[in-house]
Design a protein around this ligand. Structure first.
Ligand code: F3S
Length: 397
C-alpha cells in the first residue's frame, strides 16, 4: 500500500504510541484487502462499547490507546450497556455500571463524543453523499452507504478507533465504485408499511442473499419509505444478510448510478411477508417486556409513542431506547413526561440487546426484526414482532 510521508511517519512512531498502533491496524487491513492507499474519513462511529462485549481485555486496549491517542475527526459511539444517567432504574448492576463508565471515560479521554447511539446520522454525526467515513454499527453502515450514499466498510471496534485516531482508512471495499454494484434484483409485489413490516422485508431479503452468497440487493416496488422504515430495514437486512449496501429504486441516491441487475430476480409477495412475520413470533409467548427503538428511536417515533400513551398506564416493563440528544428534545417538548407518567422508561445510550439483561424477561415484543434476532440469540427471550401501535397496546394491556 502506498503511504504518504506523514502516514509513514505515523507508522514509524513519530506521532506517538497510539498513532503508531492505529497505523499498524490500518495498514494490516489495507494489505489484506489490497488497498492501494488510504483515504481521508469525515467521521467515525465506534462499536463494541458495552462492557458486556469489551470485558477487561477490551478495557486494557482502550486504556493503552488513551494514554496518548487523540481523535482527528468527529467520532461518536455505538450504544453502551446501560443508560448512563438512569441505569439504576433499569436494574443494572452497580459493578457493571462502574466498569461501563471506565470504558466511556477512556473514550472521552481520546476526544470522542460519548454520545452512545446506533443512529449517529440522526444526532449530528451525519455524512453527506459520497463522503468517506469509517463506521462500525451494521445498521448504521447499511443506512449510510445506502440511504445517504456515503462510503464505509463495516469496521470492527479496533479498526474504527484506529481510523478515528488517524483520520483515515484504507481505501477498499465499499469505498470504491466497482464494489457498489447491485447483484440481485428483488421485486416487491405487496404494500410494505411501518417499521415492523420493513424489518420483515429485510429478513426475507437478507435470508435470500445468504443462500445466494450475494451481498448487494436492488429493490423495486417500494413507492415510498420514511427514515424510520429505512432504518428498520437496514438493521434487519444487515442482521440477516450481512448487507452493508442496497439500492432501492427511486428512493436511495445511487439506485440509477450502476447497472440494474437482470440475471437473478426474485419476487416477494404478500404470502412471503406473512410467513416471515409468523417466523418472528414464537409460539406460547408470555410477554413481560416491550421495547421500541431498535435502531434507536427518532423524535418522530417518540412523539408517536407519547400520543399513544397519553393518559394510559403500562402494565409491563416498557423501554424506549434512544440517543441522549433525542431524549433531550423529547424532554423539552414534553413527550418524556407523558411517556414516564404512563410508567414507561427511557433507556438512553443503550438498547434491549446490548444491556446485560440475558434471561431477565420471558418474552419481548418489539417492532424490530433485528431485536427479534438478538432477543432470541443473545438474551434467550421468546419474541414477538408488531407495529409500534401493537407494541404500545401490548404494554398497556
Ligand atoms: Fe441499535 Fe441495539 Fe438495535 S445497537 S440497531 S438498538 S440492537
Amino acid at each position: 500500500m502506498k503511504l504518504t510521508q506523514e502516514e509513514q511517519d505515523m507508522l514509524d512512531g513519530r506521532y506517538g504510541k497510539a498513532t503508531k498502533k492505529s497505523m499498524e491496524i490500518l495498514t494490516t487491513l489495507g494489505e489484506i484487502f489490497d488497498a492501494e492507499c488510504m483515504v481521508d474519513v469525515h467521521g467515525v462511529q465506534i462499536a463494541g462499547v458495552s462492557y458486556d462485549n469489551l470485558g477487561e481485555a477490551g478495557l486494557d486496549f482502550l486504556s493503552e490507546m488513551s494514554e496518548d491517542g487523540r481523535v482527528r475527526v468527529l467520532t461518536t459511539l455505538n450504544p453502551a450497556g446501560m443508560d448512563r444517567e438512569n441505569w439504576q432504574a433499569l436494574g443494572i448492576d452497580r459493578e457493571f455500571a462502574k466498569n461501563q463508565n471506565r470504558a466511556i471515560d477512556a473514550f472521552a479521554k481520546m476526544g470522542i463524543i460519548t454520545t452512545c447511539s446506533c443512529t449517529p446520522y440522526l444526532i449530528g454525526n451525519a455524512p453527506h453523499y459520497g463522503q468517506h467515513i469509517a463506521w462500525a454499527e451494521s445498521s448504521a453502515v447499511c443506512y449510510s452507504n445506502s440511504v445517504i450514499g456515503a462510503r464505509t466498510n463495516r469496521e470492527g471496534g479496533p479498526s474504527a478507533l484506529a481510523a478515528a485516531l488517524i483520520g483515515k482508512t484504507p481505501k477498499y471495499g465499499y469505498h470504491l465504485d466497482e464494489n457498489r454494484h447491485a447483484q440481485v434484483l428483488f421485486k416487491i409485489n405487496a404494500p410494505v408499511k411501518g417499521t415492523d413490516e420493513f424489518g420483515v422485508l429485510g429478513k426475507i431479503i437478507g435470508d435470500k442473499l445468504v443462500k445466494l452468497g450475494k451481498k448487494i440487493p436492488y429493490i423495486t416496488g417500494i413507492p415510498s419509505a420514511t427514515v424510520e422504515e429505512l432504518k428498520s430495514f437496514c438493521a434487519s437486512v444487515a442482521t440477516y444478510g450481512g448487507t452493508a449496501l442496497f439500492h432501492m429504486e427511486e428512493i436511495t441516491p445511487e439506485y440509477n448510478k450502476y447497472p440494474k441487475p437482470s440475471n437473478i430476480v426474485f419476487e416477494i409477495n404478500q404470502d412471503d411477508l406473512d410467513k416471515t412475520r409468523a417466523e418472528l413470533t414464537d409460539d406460547d409467548i408470555e410477554i413481560d417486556f416491550v421495547s421500541i427503538g431498535c435502531p434507536h428511536a427518532s423524535i418522530h417515533e417518540i412523539a408517536k409513542i407519547a400520543n399513544l400513551l397519553r393518559g394510559k398506564t403500562v402494565k409491563k416493563e416498557f423501554w424506549i431506547t434512544t440517543a441522549r440528544p433525542t431524549k433531550k428534545i423529547a424532554d423539552e417538548v414534553g413527550y418524556s413526561k407523558i411517556i414516564e407518567d404512563a410508567g414507561a422508561k427511557f433507556a438512553a445510550d443503550t438498547c434491549c440487546v446490548v444491556a446485560p439483561i440475558k434471561e431477565r424477561f420471558k418474552g419481548i415484543m418489539v417492532d424490530s426484526a433485528k431485536a427479534c434476532y438478538y432477543g432470541r440469540a443473545k438474551n434467550k427471550f421468546k419474541v414477538k414482532i408488531g407495529s409500534i401501535e401493537a407494541c404500545v397496546e401490548e404494554a398497556i394491556k
